[in-house]
Design a protein. Structure first.
Length: 444
């Protein structure tokens, strides 16, 4: 690591470390706060930056780190303004009354650092931006990075009903149609009806329908007939190790991407012509159904380290080429929502981004999993309207969710997409009240 700066700090000093992707823990931290690290190997692949060690004794930002000295002085921002090929890892550690900032960008000389990092020489030769106080510093960085990366935003964030937190993978076309009718009967102002995971046989099985789901074309047609946008879930850059794609095309497959759906996950080489043809077919099928709102999940798998067909591609440039292909197939007017996606490399390519992990997993309605998304949702609020429309995740308003009031306070206070995920027939009076409050306004 190369030392970038040694910053004198007071007892109220805080550090903001941007996580690698949507599910990576991101927050402001004070001296002595927990350093978030993976407990299990699969957590490193799925929640942190694959192939990059996570520091044990330092806060670690991927492309962005801010030090607020806590003594009334200006915050110092260390961040890249170009995430198209490389993203530096930046670490901050407390050493006495000083925060030491280091980077792994030592493969390049210090004279070259400003090409990849938005760093200017400061006192004693340090390389950083000195920008007001902590939160304002993030906003200033966001404005600069978003402008440099062609960020997509400026429209009202959509109001969305989603199948996931009610039905998970057991969703049926009849569930979609039932709730679509209930939305109309209740007069709810919903722009998008999104079918989440469960409609297909899974990643690596093309767009083969799941017989349990029923007719996807009929469900989509019902949504479109209601005058709403039809949305769908896909995990295009991940495949199961035992999937058809992985078994028939091992030359398309990269390394370990964690585990889900009862299978080990693998990433796809997004520079391989066969993979690009595969993705073109998948998203052409989706487009031809009339779907133009797509939640793209588990996207981190496209940026795994590994050898690729295009030897000149970096993991990040390969990842971006895959998103660019999806955009080309679906069209510029399609709404792309990233999830599990590298944060800085996705700016300019998606319209919205999930900024935290799932609210809860199956079985978590009892509140035992806590408010899993709150920390990162609140820390990343500054990205809304600078990088994209934030997606804080869905409101869950039914009485069975033990933390619905606490989670509602988080979602209602967050900028971005206004989404909810309940069977409308199961809402009590308070649940209906929360949904109406959520939908009454959209945030630009």
């Amino acid at each position: 690591m190369t030392i970038l700066d040694e910053i004198p700090v007071g007892p109220e000093a805080r550090v903001y470390a941007e996580g690698w992707q949507s599910w990576s823990p991101t927050t402001w931290s004070a001296r002595g706060d927990e350093i978030h690290r993976p407990v299990e190997p699969w957590q490193h692949a799925m929640r942190f930056r694959p192939g990059t060690p996570v520091a044990e004794d330092a806060l670690q930002g991927e492309g962005l780190l801010v030090v607020d000295p806590g003594d009334g002085g200006d915050a110092r921002v260390f961040g890249t303004l170009d995430a198209s090929r490389e993203v530096p890892t930046i670490r901050a550690s407390w050493r006495g009354d000083t925060v030491v900032v280091e980077t792994d960008a030592d493969a390049r000389s210090l004279s070259e650092l400003p090409r990849s990092l938005s760093l200017t020489k400061g006192p004693a030769g340090s390389r950083s931006l000195s920008l007001t106080k902590g939160p304002a510093a993030l906003e200033t960085f966001g404005d600069r990075f978003g402008a440099a990366s062609g960020a997509r935003f400026g429209w009202a964030a959509p109001r969305v009903w989603c199948t996931w937190y009610q039905y998970f993978e057991e969703v049926h076309a009849s569930d979609v149609i039932e709730n679509l009718r209930a939305i109309d009967e209740s007069g709810l102002d919903v722009d998008v009806v999104q079918i989440d995971d469960g409609w297909s046989l899974g990643t690596g099985e093309w767009t083969a329908p799941n017989p349990r789901f029923g007719s996807l074309p009929d469900a989509v047609a019902a949504i479109l007939d209601s005058g709403r946008r039809a949305g769908i879930w896909a995990a295009p850059f991940s495949v199961g190790a035992n999937s058809t794609v992985a078994r028939e095309h091992p030359e398309w497959v990269l390394g370990d991407a964690g585990r889900n759906w009862g299978d080990d996950l693998r990433g796809l080489d997004l520079t391989h012509p066969g993979v690009r043809d595969y993705l073109t077919r998948v998203f052409s099928d989706i487009r031809d159904l009339g779907i133009d709102y797509v939640k793209l999940d588990f996207l981190y798998s496209g940026a795994l380290p590994g050898r690729r067909y295009d030897a000149d591609a970096t993991p990040i440039s390969a990842y971006r080429s895959g998103l660019e292909l999806i955009r080309e197939v679906l069209g510029d007017d399609a709404f792309l929502l990233g999830c599990g996606a590298p944060i800085l490399p996705s700016v300019g390519l998606v319209d919205a981004m999930r900024v935290a992990g799932d609210t809860f997993h199956e079985g978590g309605e009892d509140g035992s999993q806590g408010l899993r998304g709150q920390m990162s949702v609140e820390a990343r609020a500054w990205q809304h309207g600078r990088f994209w429309a934030n997606d804080p995740d869905c409101l869950v308003a039914r009485p069975e969710f033990a933390l619905r009031e606490e989670w509602a306070e988080v979602v209602l206070g967050a900028p971005g997409i206004r989404g909810f995920s309940d069977r409308l027939a199961g809402l009590d009076a308070r649940g209906r009240e929360l949904v109406r409050e959520l939908l009454k306004e959209t945030s630009a």
